[in-house]
Ligand binder design. Sequence first.
Ligand SMILES: Nc1ncnc2c1ncn2[C@@H]1O[C@H](COP(=O)(O)OP(=O)(O)O)[C@@H](O)[C@H]1O
Ligand SMILES: [Mg+2]
Length: 363
Amino acid sequence: MRIISITNQKGGCGKTTTAINLAASLAANNRKVLLIDLDPQAHATSGLNIRSDLSIYNVLSKLTGNKASLSEIIQNWGENFDVAPSSIVLSTLEQELAGEIGRESRLWEVLEDFKAGYDYILIDCPPNLGILTINAIRAAEEIIIPVEASRFSLEGLDQLLGIIGLVRERLNHNVDYRVLVANFDSRLAHSFKLLDKIKTNFQEKLFSNIIHVNVKLKEAQNEGKHIFSYDKYCRGAKDYFSLSREIIMDEDVPAVSFALEKRMRRVLREELPKLSEVTFSVSAPEAKEVFVVGDFNNWKLDHSSRMEAADGGWKKRVNLASGRYRYRFVIDGNWVEDSANPAREINPYGSMDSMIEVFGRKD
Ligand SMILES: Nc1ncnc2c1ncn2[C@@H]1O[C@H](COP(=O)(O)OP(=O)(O)O)[C@@H](O)[C@H]1O
Ligand SMILES: [Mg+2]
């Protein structure tokens, strides 16, 4: 069983549309799917025209007088497609859980005990990083982060990735994420530029399939249907079907990659005490984007090497083991050495790399 949360604290980036239509495509591929609506706004519930007195609130709350099990609230939508609805009362759960120990694991506990033979459980998240979203990240092994290529912002994503990292470390929970371009407008040149930027940042973390803007997706949601029951030949239906094939293709992969990741993490943990924190900084007040790349990150220009703007300067903290490293800055695409650092060495291409020596921590 694969548990996938569809998460992004930004509203309107395509979470609910993805949750509904990906669930429907997986079901059409003969996978048994449960869609859990974990948003108090209950858009997935209303987008599938489901009415119900009981909701996921009755499953997660300990205070409700009307306690229910997950199986008791589930509604069947069509072949292979079940839904656990939400309702506005779910918004009170945040406060209700505030003082409780283990509050971030409530949904996980429910799903641990839940053996109903689903191939996939998809969780539609609310547009914030509150306790419900954290429950969804904790319960899932995979996260799909839908982003809009029309107004892509990395800041919000950094925060979300930070939370995923925290859940991984603090709760010792294996969870991986992938980014989905969920609202691509091919009429705008701007969208292609943003898509390039997203590709550079996320590389293999980006789904190869993208979802184009298609008004039928909106219409279907307004009619209380998924796209295959509304117009199965439209572009939106094709896009979500292709996405589901991409997800199905690595059905066997997660088990392997998670085992590998577990081993990696053990190795990392053993290594971590020996790492020292190094802060790279460069002044480039006019620059739009700056990276620090070196042999410690395989000279890779991506999310992990991107520097953060700070008072006209750019900074990046990196944990490094003791040793000598070569590095350079990439300022708006130009590779330059660190002018504030006199230590340099010529590289095989005839230009200079800056050099840094890290001494191990004694602890
Ligand atoms: N690819 C798309 N093409 C056209 N409209 C879309 C697309 N994806 C989402 N929408 C519409 O945009 C609005 C916000 O999408 P939604 O999935 O509800 O976002 P979220 O759940 O992240 O808040 C909805 O009205 C939805 O129908
Ligand atoms: Mg939504």
